[in-house]
Design a protein around this ligand. Structure first.
Ligand SMILES: Cc1cc2nc3c(=O)[nH]c(=O)nc-3n(C[C@H](O)[C@H](O)[C@H](O)COP(=O)(O)OP(=O)(O)OC[C@H]3O[C@@H](n4cnc5c(N)ncnc54)[C@H](O)[C@@H]3O)c2cc1C
Length: 412
C-alpha cells in the first residue's frame, strides 16, 4: 500500500532509507537541516568493511583509556568540562566492555553490515554513480608483533564471523602498499572489502535520483514532533508545521533530541572525529590503510588522499579543536613520509554513538507509525544502505532479512 512518509535527516542513513522507500512506490518527503550529505556523512573515511563488526566497547578498554588520554598523539580525548555530562554514557559503555557483550555485538553488527559492498553497488547503480564504490580490500598495519597481539580478540571476532583475511610480514605489507613506511612489521590484508571514493557525493547522488523520481527534500530544522491519540501528527519546524502520517527518524547524533520528545529517550553521544584531505599528496595507494594503534584510516579518494580518525567527547555543539586534525597529520607523516602535505582541508564530524556500539533500527515502541534508524557510530556508511532496506521492509510489512531484536529502541 502506498504511504505518505516523512524522513528526518539527509545523511547516508536518511537518504538511503528515503531511496528504498521511494523505490517501493511511497510518497516520501525528507526534512533536513543540512543539505544532503553535508553533516557527518560528508567527511568519513569511506570504508565499506564488514570487518568493522567489532564493537568499540571491548574487554580491557578501561585499562587502555588512561594511556590514550595521556598520549598527546592518542586516539581519544575527553574535554574535561564535558566529562561529568558524558559520565552516564561512559558508564554504560564500560558496562558493555566484556567478552560476552563483545561477541553479541559483533554477531549483530555483522548481520547488519555483511555484504555492504554489494548492497551499495546496487544502490549506486540505481543512482547512476557506479564509479563511487570500489572493491579493494584493505590493509591493517602494526609497528610490532606486540601491537598485533593486542588486537587478538578483535581478529578472533572477525574470523568467527567469516571475514576472510591474510596475515602479512613486512615484505608482504610492502608488496601490497609499497609507499607505506618500513616501520610496519605486521599486517593483515582484509579481503572482500570496499570503500566509497567520495562519501558526500554518494549521498548527493542518491538525493538527486530520489528527487528525479518524485521524492521531495525540504531544508528545515525540526523543532518538535506533535503527537495525538492515533500517533504522530505533525513536525513543528523553523519554517512552519508539516503534517505527517508515517515518520522515520534518521537524524544522526540529533536523533536523541527527537526521540525524547516522543517519550523514548536514548543514550546517544557525539563521538567527534576529524579528517585531513590532501588534494595532491603524490601517493599511489592501491587500498585503504588502517594503523590500529593510532586508530587512523588513510583512504585514497577521488578528491585526494584522506586521513581520518580520533574520538573526541565534547558534546554536539562545542567548536572543533583542529589540534586533533594536526595529530592525524603527524600519523600521516609517519605512515607515508614522502607525502606532499600541502593543500589540505580539515573537517570535524559527529558520529552518532550508542554505548553498546549498536544502532537503533526498528519501530517505535510507544508511537504508532514511527520508525527509528540512527546511532550507527563508526559504521554509519557501512550500515546506511542495509538499514534503509530494513526500514523499507518494516514499513511495507515485509519480514526483515535479519533479526532486529539487538537494535530495539527499548533495549536500554
Ligand atoms: C572521522 C570519521 C570517520 C568515519 N569513517 C567511517 C567509515 O569509514 N565507514 C563508516 O561506515 N562510517 C564512518 N564514520 C561514521 C559515519 O560517518 C556516520 O556513522 C554516519 O555519517 C552517520 O550518518 P547519519 O545519516 O546517521 O547522520 P548524519 O550524516 O549526521 O546526518 C544527519 C542528518 O539529520 C539531519 N538532522 C538532524 N537533526 C535534525 C533536525 N532537528 N531537523 C532536521 N534535520 C535534522 C541533519 O541535517 C543531517 O541531514 C566516520 C565518522 C567520522 C567522524
Amino acid at each position: 500500500m502506498r504511504k505518505k512518509i516523512t524522513v528526518i535527516g539527509a545523511g547516508i542513513v536518511g537518504m538511503a532509507t528515503a531511496s528504498y522507500l521511494r523505490r517501493d512506490g511511497h510518497d516520501v518527503t525528507v526534512v533536513t537541516m543540512h543539505p544532503p550529505g553535508e553533516y557527518c556523512s560528508s567527511g568519513n573515511a569511506g570504508m565499506l568493511n564488514d570487518a568493522g563488526c567489532v564493537p568499540q566497547a571491548m574487554p580491557g578498554v578501561l585499562w587502555k583509556v588512561p594511556g590514550y588520554l595521556m598520549d598527546p598523539l592518542g586516539p581519544l580525548v575527553v574535554r574535561w568540562p564535558y566529562l561529568v555530562k558524558s559520565m552516564p554514557w561512559m558508564l554504560r559503555f564500560l558496562a558493555n566492555a566484556n567478552a560476552r557483550q563483545a561477541e553479541r555485538a559483533s554477531i549483530a553488527l555483522y548481520s547488519l553490515i555483511r555484504g555492504t559492498v554489494s548492497t551499495y553497488e546496487e544502490l549506486v547503480k540505481w543512482a547512476g554513480a557506479t564509479g563511487l564504490v570500489r572493491r579493494s580490500g584493505y590493509l591493517v598495519a602494526y609497528a610490532s608483533d606486540k601491537s598485533y597481539q593486542n588486537d587478538a580478540l578483535a581478529w578472533r571476532l572477525r574470523r568467527a564471523r567469516g571475514v576472510r583475511m591474510e596475515t602479512l610480514d613486512g615484505a608482504g605489507i610492502r608488496g601490497l602498499v609499497p609507499q607505506l613506511a618500513p616501520a610496519y612489521e605486521r599486517g593483515v590484508h582484509v579481503l572482500d572489502q570496499g570503500y566509497v571514493a567520495n562519501p558526500e557525493r554518494l549521498v548527493k547522488a542518491l538525493a538527486a535520483r530520489f528527487q528525479k523520481d518524485g521524492g521531495v527534500i525540504l531544508e528545515r530544522k525540526v523543532l518538535d514532533i506533535e503527537t495525538g491519540e492515533g500517533g504522530v501528527r505533525a513536525l513543528a519546524t523553523d519554517a512552519g508545521s508539516i503534517p505527517v502520517e508515517t515518520l522515520v527518524i534518521c537524524a544522526g547524533v540529533h536523533s536523541g533530541e527527537l526521540t525524547a520528545s516522543l517519550g523514548e529517550p536514548v543514550p546517544i553521544e557525539a563521538e567527534r572525529g576529524y579528517h585531513v584531505t590532501y588534494s595532491d599528496p603524490g601517493l599511489q595507494i592501491p587500498m585503504p590503510v588502517h594503523v590500529s594503534d593510532a586508530k587512523v584510516f588513510v583512504t585514497p579518494m577521488e578528491m585526494g588522499v584522506r586521513v581520518a580518525g580520533q574520538a573526541e567527547f565534547a558534546g554536539i555543539y562545542a567548536e572543533p579543536n583542529y589540534r586533533r586534525a594536526e595529530v592525524l597529520e603527524i600519523h600521516m607523516k609517519r605512515m607515508f613520509p614522502q607525502a606532499r602535505m600541502t593543500d589540505a582541508t580539515r573537517w570535524m564530524g559527529r558520529r552518532p554513538a550508542m554505548p553498546d556500539s549498536l544502532p537503533v533500527i526498528g519501530a517505535s515502541v510507544k508511537q504508532k507509525g514511527v520508525f527509528y534508524a540512527f546511532g550507527h557510530g563508526h559504521l554509519g556508511l557501512c550500515g546506511g544502505a542495509p538499514t534503509g532496506r530494513l526500514i523499507a521492509d518494516l514499513v511495507a510489512g515485509r519480514r526483515p532479512a535479519i533479526d532486529l531484536t539487538p537494535f530495539r529502541v527499548d533495549r536500554f
